[in-house]
Design a binder for this molecule. Structure first.
Ligand code: SF4
Length: 455
């Protein structure tokens, strides 16, 4: 359903806000949480062998840094960099698997960077680093850059064991591609999609980005049409976050060429409308899936989960994460590795796990986490939601929450009754603003915001 949003309302809603792949979000974590605390979390996990585990591997290397990039990516200085990185990844896996013993992994994801920038030999080595130490079952997915792929690569990845593949498109328009420093001819994307289908991946997913320089409704409409023609199983449509103070590579983007707040919102709405009209189901914040896709089915059955990898159908409670900047989530503790490759390798070379910050969740954090993730997945919140043994109603546990929600109800973003909060069609576009009411740690960061814009 088309919703009308005034510019005044956009201004009121346009705030820096987390995307809530976790709660509490990274800016709330502390450097007082380090290796010793993380090892305790791993010991706890070891004593609970029935807990399902997910695994994330960060592979940071890319051909060239894109101007818009917000990832923890790196460009190799020499050919040996990737092999040396894999040596350190192996050390990290050895320590963690040594502590835990052989566990079943219900979901493994490789992100980056560009995981498929590696040679076939390196890809095999990386895969075996995980497969030799864990029992890999379920979803095994990889993020790819079609520009980095050799023709046989999708088949090779499928043979290794991957069953899901996703790739960045961002926008097909050449002017936009030039402005973001990512030239990716249509035929390269088309060939990679065709080759992935021929390799019989269970799911082929594409990523688009809105809010990029020179994007207009005409330009973005054309990209949406082309992407629909490629018929992916799932799509992610992310908003570009312009944060040059923390990602200096974005200085190459002229802010004058970026769409304004209302233009940005119109692009987001255009994506939602075009993709839903084409038969995709809008999942949570920024994902779209075919009606028969597992993700859409999980949404309709209220089995959707959210974690650092986005939306998922797997209720894995714990995530082990390897590589620079990787974020683990184990037994109510979060930990992040050193963000730069140098610091990551240095710690492992010295025999330490490379954890640089983290957090142990309090009971209040756990409750708020459940509330926020439930909201981000199901667009509603029953007041009697039971959280890890709590019996109280949510609004009794979170002082002040009703005061924070009331203005959003007046704006028409949510409805409130005795039993629950429900996000309206209009509120779906401002889901992060609704979740932010439940966040006890929100910081603005002043003129250098810590989060991307909610609009
Ligand atoms: S390919 Fe992806 S990770 Fe690598 S620089 Fe470009 S946007 Fe960043």
């Amino acid at each position: 359903m088309r919703v009308h949003v005034s510019n005044e309302m956009l201004e009121r809603m346009d705030r820096p806000g987390p995307r809530y792949t976790s709660y509490p979000t990274v800016p709330a974590w502390t450097t007082e949480f380090g290796e010793a605390q993380w090892r305790e979390a791993l010991e706890d996990l070891k004593s609970q062998p029935d807990r399902d585990v997910s695994l994330y591997m960060h592979l940071p290397y890319c051909v060239k840094r894109c101007h818009y990039c917000g990832c923890n990516a790196a460009i190799p200085d020499s050919k040996g960099d990737i092999d040396r990185y894999l040596d350190h990844l192996e050390r990290e896996l050895d320590v963690v698997a040594g502590l835990l013993g052989r566990r079943q992994v219900v979901q493994m994801h490789w992100g980056g960077g560009t995981p498929n920038y590696q040679s076939n030999e390196q890809l095999r080595r990386t895969y075996e680093l995980a497969a030799d130490r864990f029992d890999l079952v379920g979803e095994i997915s990889i993020e790819c850059d079609p520009r980095a792929a050799k023709p046989d690569q999708p088949h090779f990845l499928r043979e290794l064991g991957f069953n899901r593949i996703s790739m960045g498109v961002q926008d097909f328009d050449l002017t936009v591609q030039k402005a973001i420093g990512r030239r990716q001819p249509e035929k390269v994307t088309q060939r990679f999609v065709d080759s992935s289908r021929a390799a019989a991946f269970e799911s082929v997913n594409l990523d688009l980005v809105y809010g990029l320089p020179h994007q207009t409704p005409e330009v973005f409409g054309e990209s949406l049409r082309k992407v629909i023609d490629l018929s992916p199983d799932r799509l992610a449509v992310f908003g570009y976050a312009h944060v040059p103070w923390s990602k200096p590579n974005q200085d190459a983007i002229d802010p004058a060429q970026l769409p304004s707040g209302p233009e940005r919102f119109a692009l987001y709405q255009q994506a939602v409308e075009t993709l839903t009209e084409a038969g995709y189901v809008w999942i949570g914040l920024d994902h779209f899936a075919r009606k028969d896709d597992e993700l859409a089915v999980a949404l309709s059955e209220k089995r959707l989960h959210r974690n650092f990898m986005g939306y998922s159908t797997r209720p894995a409670m714990d995530m082990l994460a390897f590589g620079n900047s990787a974020i683990g989530d184990v037994c109510d503790r979060f930990a992040q590795n050193a963000t730069l490759v140098g610091g990551y390798e240095e710690a492992l070379a010295a025999g330490r796990l490379p954890v640089v910050k983290g957090m142990r969740l309090s009971d209040d954090d756990r409750l708020r986490r459940s509330v926020i993730l439930h909201l981000m997945c199901n667009l509603e919140l029953p007041w009697n939601l039971t959280v890890s043994g709590y019996g109280q109603r949510v609004e009794e546990l979170i002082p002040g929450v009703m005061e924070g929600l009331a203005p959003l109800a007046v704006e028409g973003l949510i409805t409130l009754d005795e039993d629950s909060l429900k996000v309206t069609d209009l509120g779906r576009y401002f889901l992060r603003n609704v979740a932010m009411v439940f966040d006890a740690y929100l910081q603005t960061g002043g003129d250098k915001p810590l989060y991307s814009r909610t609009v």
